[in-house]
Design a protein around this ligand. Structure first.
Ligand code: HEC
Length: 147
């Protein structure tokens, strides 16, 4: 009897894990978040370079997207997702998870800080990009494999 219940429990666990996995591979989810971050930086870059006119709503959306995506990003590195789906995540992430999370949170909070003082013209957007861009570089250097 006891054995039967345990087997049923195990089966439920396995099925549950299967559902989570099918809902979205963690590698794909985190890559999608980075694509969003990259796209938002592109929007800011176009304004900073003067390719597009300054637009407060665009700047706000981009900064909000970067903040939210960077906050969520470290949640998509479960054990077992170290390889596969052409991930460029370095194994160093799993050896330094706290530092990795801190770097992601720094990008998020830097985006919040920039948002709080809302860049009001082209030059200010350029400055904001330098602040945020440094966060990209620091983390990529430590935790993103070169392909
Ligand atoms: C906390 C670390 C971290 C920070 C901060 C970070 N990245 Fe990333 N980024 C990564 C990792 C790790 C990958 C590889 C993810 C994978 O392939 O599983 C990646 C991948 C990418 C990719 C490729 C996504 C794809 O198509 O697979 C882009 C684009 C990108 N990052 C842009 C940025 C930009 C722009 C910033 C700064 C605004 C930034 N990243 C900040 C860690 C970071």
């Amino acid at each position: 009897m006891k054995f039967k219940i345990m087997t049923a429990g195990l089966l439920a666990l396995c099925l549950g894990a299967g559902v989570v996995f099918a809902a979205g591979e963690p590698q794909a989810e985190r890559q999608a978040l980075m694509k969003k971050i990259g796209g938002s930086m592109g929007e800011l870059g176009a304004i900073a370079k003067g390719q597009k006119p300054y637009d407060a709503a665009t700047v706000k959306t981009a900064l909000t997207t970067i903040s939210a995506s960077a906050k969520d990003f470290p949640n998509h590195f479960p054990a077992g997702s170290e390889t596969g789906m052409e991930t460029a995540a370095s194994p160093a992430i799993w050896q330094n998870m706290d530092d990795f999370k801190a770097k992601s949170m720094k990008l998020s909070s830097d985006a919040d800080t920039v948002l709080a003082s809302m860049p009001a013209d082209q030059a200010a957007v350029g400055q904001a990009m330098q602040t945020l861009g440094a966060d990209c570089g620091t983390c990529h250097q430590a935790y993103r494999l070169k392909r």
